[in-house]
Design a protein around this ligand. Structure first.
Ligand SMILES: *Cc1c(COP(=O)(O)O)cnc(C)c1O
Length: 391
């Protein structure tokens, strides 16, 4: 019999009742160290006092009004995003997938409004942009698309790091190149800064737009507000979600005036997107992350974590391969099935997240401290020792 919850997830038999910072407690009081943060969502950890305050204060005043009216918290959040990024304008959504949908619409509208027939969007194999029809069509992987056809036309995938294929597929029907600066679901595969600059250049040479999906890599995760800042380039359009709401459902699409100019009244909308609750929380997240010294702290702690992970991998060569990623978007290549590593981490009361390419992801809250990093390393060490004994 089908369960009451559609069984599209392989769930661990764990239910958490409350959280604080990087820790989660089950109903029986067992404490778990959270190195997954809801897959890079709880950027400020669980129950951050500033976020609890922002949400509670707004909850007592006003939950929802339509986008037919001015929403002051939405204006405030948009102002913060525009001030701190390349963007001139933002549209708020409830998820990363919805931001993807708008990014495709916006890129196509940009060219159609200019009288150009450019609709094709070039993506990279192994990418993840969500689960809607456009998002799975964009990526085209067998695993995500099987049985869901016909897919939407107008997407081309090129193999990871295949520069020749990328050059070859560019043409005057390409509206945009869409990539994640660091593939999250794909296994913490980092686009080197030089490649990101190369993509910017390639898009410019062909008159196409560059769309970056920073849903997982953004909002301080890599030690800069957005990962592309490390490469010194800017996109035309950028998808944001996950960390921006700190756990409250919120996404955004950021764009330059040039890219967004054709999106006039009536061309797009959302009932809930940008609602007062989400934006009150999102603005508070932005204030905390952009405060003086916050990202310096992320860079300092991530340096220690990475160093510790390199040491861990070196002392368990049968279990772990290389360390990947940047800042607190880290991956450990596993040499035994990654699901076994994740399960053994559960046994050590440590939450990690599997990814493609047999990687386990470590995406702790950005507020993690030195003691918690040491604790995570020692639990990973115990998990690796147990896996070695079992092998
Ligand atoms: C999670 C994710 C998405 C989808 O976001 P949802 O909020 O689940 O719709 C898109 N792109 C990337 C890179 C992601 O990590």
């Amino acid at each position: 019999m089908i369960p009451a919850i559609l069984p599209t997830y392989n769930r661990a038999p764990l239910a958490f009742e409350r959280g604080e910072g990087a820790w989660l407690w089950t109903e029986d009081g067992t404490r778990y160290l959270d190195m997954g943060a809801g897959i890079a969502v709880n950027a400020l950890g669980h129950a951050h006092p500033a976020l609890v305050e922002a949400l509670a204060e707004q909850a007592g005043k006003l939950w929802h009004v339509s986008n037919l009216y001015d929403i002051p918290h939405q204006r405030r959040l948009a102002g913060l995003l525009v001030d701190h990024t390349f963007a001139d304008t933002c549209f708020f959504t409830n998820s990363g997938t919805e931001a993807l949908e708008l990014s495709v619409k916006m890129a196509r509208k940009h060219f159609s409004a200019a009288g150009q027939d450019r609709h094709r969007i070039v993506t990279v194999e192994g990418a993840f942009h969500g689960r809607s029809m456009a998002a799975i069509s964009a990526v085209g992987s067998e695993k995500m698309t099987d049985g869901f056809g016909p897919l939407l036309p107008g997407f081309t995938q090129v193999r990871w790091a295949d520069h020749d294929a990328l050059e070859a597929t560019m043409g005057d029907d390409v509206a945009a190149i869409l990539v994640e600066p660091i593939q999250g679901e794909g296994g913490i595969r980092t686009l080197p800064d030089a490649c990101l600059r190369g993509l910017r250049d390639l898009a410019d040479r062909h008159g196409a737009l560059l769309i970056l999906d920073e849903v997982q890599s953004g909002i301080g995760r890599t030690g800069r507000l957005f990962a592309h800042e490390w490469a010194g380039i800017t996109p035309d359009i950028m998808m944001v979600a996950k960390g921006i709401g700190g756990g409250f459902p919120l996404g955004a699409l950021l764009a330059t005036e040039h890219a967004a100019g054709a999106m006039t009244a009536g061309t797009h909308g959302s009932t809930y997107g940008g609602n007062p609750l989400a934006c009150a929380v999102g603005a508070r997240v932005m204030e905390v992350i952009t405060a003086d010294g916050f990202l310096d702290g992320v860079n300092a702690i991530s340096g220690r974590f990475r160093q510790g992970l390199e040491g861990l991998a070196a002392s368990h060569p049968k279990i772990f391969g290389e360390v990947r990623g940047q800042g607190l978007m880290l991956g450990l290549k596993a040499r035994v099935p990654n699901t076994e590593v994740v399960a053994q981490c559960y046994a050590q009361h440590l939450l990690t997240v599997p990814a493609a390419d047999n990687v386990i992801r470590l995406l702790p809250p950005l507020v993690i401290g030195e003691e918690e990093v040491a604790e995570a390393l020692s639990r990973l060490d115990a998990a690796a020792a147990a896996l070695t004994r079992a092998a």
